[in-house]
Design a protein around this ligand. Structure first.
Ligand SMILES: Cc1cc2nc3c(=O)[nH]c(=O)nc-3n(C[C@H](O)[C@H](O)[C@H](O)COP(=O)(O)OP(=O)(O)OC[C@H]3O[C@@H](n4cnc5c(N)ncnc54)[C@H](O)[C@@H]3O)c2cc1C
Ligand code: SF4
Ligand code: SF4
Length: 1002
């Protein structure tokens, strides 16, 4: 039995008193002091892990003021604050031992869009993609770009002065800020707009801090004008903390926003942003230029940039190779399919964009001409291809944006680590700089992948290290210092794109002591008591604290190394999550991750769950509990209401909210498999605590219901009894008990003249001509509860000339896996595998109708079977191969428009699935429109659990409901769960695609 886990980093009594006082002073946001929430805020995408004291989630600017005003009280002098948005920083920017102020959960509203005047006001927690999706119908966008655009917040972008692809023409975030609402360190709210000279000199706010800031900054900038001009690097990618060179605008106005942007939360908390809107390009062209070496692509880029494209980005072969295993390859593979492409080691992605088609086309043509000239020369391009559709261009940029994540998916203990990953040098020095950079890394025999914004001299490199290994840990300092010397030599900066974070110690070498002291004076003007994100960038000049050195801060590796290696290997998903935050995707029509999207609580995300599991493994390892040993204890303790007594209960809360939809298993760049972690966790949790009855009912539901098929009407009558529903809902924890189909599927099949095998016995079929036979596996959810749908699907095969034979029911065990009955699951998997092997010995295809159940054979079964001999097709996978051979005999059908809504697991595990279904319908002369939708919210039994009903409904209403309401088309859906969810909330049935075709075939 697992022991109780009570290890916690203690909370300071002062912080506890602070959060208590906060609530009584009218703070309306959430306050999190429990360990799980603190653990999740302890990491970003960096090498560090620092547990905060508490996490506050304000709902308004007034809440932020409330926090900072209270903190001015003497007794809270030691409480410090670090703002946080998406938490995608790569250098510990938002990590703190103090209190995190997370503005992403509630302060994420788009307040106003003024199209005529070209601006929008947004709250800081708005995510870039969220804003741009909102603006798209207006024909405008917020132009600064960054790779994690689906989870990085505008507040975070402002505070790191983010920029990315397209920065040559669009610049950085600071170029697009019209005004900022901020709260200063003393709790004062202020709106900062550029001021002309007279307004600046007349500024008498009546607030001491404001006067001190404006006058002090003006004094420093005016008196140090020459030094600033001389020392500040002339690079288009630069700078966080603090951009003194741009406080005075070209037209002579004083713009405090130039300092606040890029201040990494050290000067003020940003609570509102008035952003400038830019017309959306109406035409785009993307050229994929291919080379045999990374150096060739870099050198070519310096020539190609003369054609003035919007962006040139280079991706090396490590990333291209990793992308071949990723879901994105399905959409970009065609750009690597020309003769000679097997030699490709690096690519340039070159984009032209604008509103004038002639200009864009002319630019594209000029660049293609340049590439033609390069072909066959010394640094030859192997070839190039042109992408012209929005979908292809988006897919190619997704390949680039996934670069960092894909690197993290490398095999082995050494994983790519961000610490020198965003150097910038003048573009003309980039190739020479990279050569020396490579020598540094090669000197330590390190693996690394490279990509970057070559048009602006920015290079992304993540050397692979294992920070659980102390020898590798020492390389962080050694390599950082060497790379810093190298960028200084080439006139660049070491922190060129992702902000400084915990790399502030290098600032004096880049600015010189005099300007460095001025930067400290600036900090002192805004935040004299060093309360805002202390330890980052600089400290106030007359304050005793120093910035933290990059190797003074606890690393995640320090904790991870406390987990025995064998345990780490048994829980790889948990260990390899690198915190890049791709699972915080806020797009409601994307499958990743429904529980996070609904709750906006990061504990309920793959990252949150993986992080809590790591801590759980660490704590368990400390107790001496052996996770490698079998443990068949049956827990007897009731699960307590409060999670305080045992950290396992906090992990349980996070895991219990997971739908096991499996989006993370393929959409996370590292393929962190939370359903696998969840089932392993539950398996151990219930060695201590008593399993709820509902789990047992779900895990063994298919077995019980199979038996009940002998008399379904009895079960259905029982379910209808008035006391049963409330009893099940309140006492057992299950809602909407599904009714068994009556007549049963076997009776219906019998009527349709389709054979049902009583047992799998190859000898009984050996004298039959099986050349047209296909075996169909009945799954519990379709066959037992939707017998009509199941039989119509089977009949489809008969109607197109095959002989479908339905096999005996074989338990699949999906519910056992979901609920962590792993011993039972292994037995079930072995038995099913034996049966399927017997079937397979007859040499005919085996097809399963429901995606979730069918994919279990090839995914969940894999680690639990000794042999890999289970091959069960989904209908469309098999049909796309055989239908072309039947083309002449297929009836051509007609139908009003048909729209297809795929099952999450199917869409993410088999990327081609939508296209396969389209091909199947096409074979009958029908067009099938693929609808982009998120999760339906049902996910097997999840939506049937009382505790999850509201969440299940909420998830459904975020995406599916709109898609159905929007539709005057016939909807077809492959997932039995999805169909039952639509039935539950809309009252009408939608068809399985095969059922739909079967009906049309008559
Ligand atoms: C895979 C990957 C790729 C990346 N690619 C790019 C890229 O192409 N271009 C780029 O510029 N960056 C990139 N980054 C770095 C990072 O995404 C950016 O710095 C981003 O702007 C951070 O936004 P966030 O919302 O995640 O902020 P966080 O990480 O939460 O915070 C970043 C900093 O901003 C401060 N902050 C956040 N919100 C506020 C606020 N409201 N008020 C005051 N301070 C605040 C925090 O204290 C912290 O110092 C990448 C990161 C990852 C993981
Ligand atoms: S779970 Fe995957 S997507 Fe989410 S932070 Fe971890 S590695 Fe990134
Ligand atoms: S399985 Fe689905 S709900 Fe669970 S963590 Fe993964 S994406 Fe989120």
């Amino acid at each position: 039995m697992i022991p109780q886990l009570t290890e916690k980093e203690a909370l300071s009594p002062v912080v506890l008193a602070f959060v208590d006082a906060l609530t009584s002073r009218g703070f309306t946001g959430d306050v999190e002091t429990h360990y799980g929430g603190r653990i999740i805020a302890a990491t970003d995408n960096s090498i560090y892990q620092v547990t905060p004291q508490a996490v506050l989630f304000p709902r308004s600017q007034a809440d932020v003021q409330c926090i900072l005003q209270l903190a001015t009280h003497e007794e809270f002098a030691d409480v410090t604050f670090t703002a946080r948005g998406g938490g995608t920083g790569t250098n510990g920017q938002s990590l703190t031992e103090g209190v995190v102020v997370d503005l992403s959960r509630h302060m994420n509203r788009i307040v106003e869009v003024n199209e005529a005047e070209g601006w929008a006001w947004v709250e800081p927690g708005v995510v870039l993609d969220q804003l741009n999706a909102h603006l798209k119908p207006h024909g405008v966008f917020f132009a600064p770009e960054l790779a994690p655009s689906n989870r990085a917040t505008i507040g975070g972008m402002v505070s790191t002065d983010a920029s990315g692809k397209g920065s040559r023409i669009y610049g950085k975030t600071s170029n697009h800020i019209l005004a900022l609402d901020v709260v200063f360190s003393d709790g004062l709210a202020w709106q900062s707009v550029p001021l002309d000279a007279s307004a600046l000199h007349e500024l008498k706010s009546g607030e001491a801090l404001v006067n001190q800031i404006y006058q002090g900054v003006d004094r420093i900038i005016t008196s140090k004008h020459e030094l600033i001009t001389q020392r500040f690097p002339k690079l288009s990618r630069f700078l966080t903390g603090y951009n003194l060179a741009h406080v005075y605008t070209e037209d002579g106005r004083f713009n405090l926003n130039a300092l606040i942007a890029g201040s990494e939360g050290t000067l003020a908390v940003v609570t509102g942003i008035k952003v400038k809107l830019t017309p959306l390009p109406t035409i785009k062209r993307l050229i994929v230029a291919k080379y045999v070496s990374f150096d060739d692509s870099l050198r070519a880029a310096t020539i190609l940039v003369q054609a003035n494209p919007a962006a040139i980005e280079t991706v090396d072969d490590t990333i291209v190779t990793l992308a071949r295993q990723d879901v994105v390859w399905d959409r970009v593979g065609k750009f690597f399919s020309q003769p000679g492409d097997d030699r490709v080691k690096s690519i340039n992605l070159i984009e032209f964009a604008g509103t004038d088609a002639d200009l864009v086309n002319a630019g594209t043509q000029a660049l293609c001409d340049q590439l033609d000239a390069l072909l066959g020369h010394e640094h030859e391009a192997v070839g190039y291809q042109l992408a012209t559709t929005d979908a292809d261009i988006a897919a190619l940029w997704e390949l680039r944006a996934k670069g960092v994540g894909l690197l993290g998916n490398a095999k082995g203990n050494r994983r790519p680590i961000p610490f020198v990953e965003d150097t910038v040098v003048p573009p003309e020095h980039l190739a020479a700089f990279i050569q020396e950079f490579r020598q540094v890394l090669d000197g330590y025999s390190l693996e690394y992948g490279m990509f970057g914004h070559v048009d602006v001299g920015c290079l992304h490199v993540r050397p692979a290290l294992d920070l659980r290994d102390e020898a590798d840990e020492t390389l962080i300092r050694v390599i950082s210092d060497q790379v810093k010397d190298l960028v200084l030599k080439y006139g660049g900066v070491i922190w060129g794109e992702h902000g400084k974070g915990l790399r502030g110690e290098y600032m004096p070498e880049f600015f010189g002591q005099e300007l460095y002291d001025d930067l400290r004076r600036i900090k002192g003007l805004f935040d004299p008591t060093n309360k805002l994100n202390p330890g980052k960038l600089v400290t106030p000049i007359d304050h005793p604290a120093f910035v933290k050195k990059l190797d003074e801060v606890p690393l995640r590796g320090h904790r991870d190394r406390q987990i025995p290696e064998a345990v780490r290997e048994a829980f790889p998903g948990s260990m390899h999550c690198n915190g890049n935050g791709a699972c915080f995707n806020v797009d409601l029509d994307a499958v990743m991750c429904p529980s996070y999207k609904f709750t906006r609580d990061r504990r309920h995300s793959p990252k949150g769950r993986a992080g809590m599991m790591r801590e759980w493994l660490r704590q368990l390892s400390h107790t001496g509990y052996d996770l490698q040993a079998e443990d068949e204890s049956r827990g007897r303790l009731p699960i307590p209401e409060s999670t305080d007594s045992d950290f396992s209960l906090e992990v349980y809360e996070a895991m219990d909210g997971c739908l096991s939809c499996k989006a993370c298993t393929s959409m996370c760049p590292i393929k962190v498999d939370i359903p696998d972690l969840k089932s392993k966790f539950l398996n151990r949790l219930y060695t201590r605590y008593r399993r709820p009855l509902k789990d047992t009912l779900i895990a063994f539901g298919e077995r019980t219901h199979h038996r009940l098929l002998a008399a379904p009407f009895l079960y259905n009558a029982g379910v209808k009894l008035p006391f049963v529903k409330p009893l099940m809902r309140e006492w057992v924890g299950l809602v909407d008990m599904p009714k068994l189909s009556s007549p049963t599927y076997t009776a219906l099949l019998d009527k349709a003249g389709i054979q049902v095998l009583q047992q799998i016995e190859p000898s009984s079929l050996q004298h039959r001509d099986l050349s047209h036979t296909i075996f169909i596996l009945p799954d519990a959810i379709t066959a037992f509860y939707e017998a009509g749908t199941f039989v119509e699907c089977v009949t489809f095969f008969k109607k197109i000339g095959f002989e479908p034979i339905v096999t005996p029911f074989i338990e699949n065990g999906k519910g056992q896996h979901v609920k962590g009955f792993l011993h039972d699951f292994q037995r079930t998997a072995r038995h099913a595998a034996q049966q399927l092997a017997k079937l397979a010995s007859m040499g005919r295809p085996i097809i399963g109708i429901d995606p979730a159940i069918t994919l279990t054979y090839r995914e969940e079964y894999r680690p639990y079977l000794d042999r890999q001999d289970v091959e069960v097709w989904l209908p469309q996978e098999w049909l796309v191969n055989v239908l072309p051979h039947l083309a002449a005999s297929l009836t051509q059908l007609t139908s009003p428009a048909i729209a297809f809504m795929g099952h999450c697991g199917e869409k993410t595990s088999i990327q081609a699935s939508g296209r396969q279904w389209q091909a199947v319908f096409q074979a009958f002369g029908l067009q099938l429109e693929i609808v982009q939708a998120g999760c339906c919210g049902m996910a097997g039994a999840f939506g049937h659990e009382t505790a999850h009903y509201d969440e299940s409904k909420g998830i459904y209403e975020q995406s599916w409901k709109f898609k159905l309401a929007d539709s005057d088309r016939a909807i077809v859906a492959t997932g039995a769960s999805c169909r039952s969810q639509v039935q539950r909330f809309e009252g009408g049935a939608i068809a399985h695609p095969l059922q739909f075709l079967s009906r049309l075939l008559g």
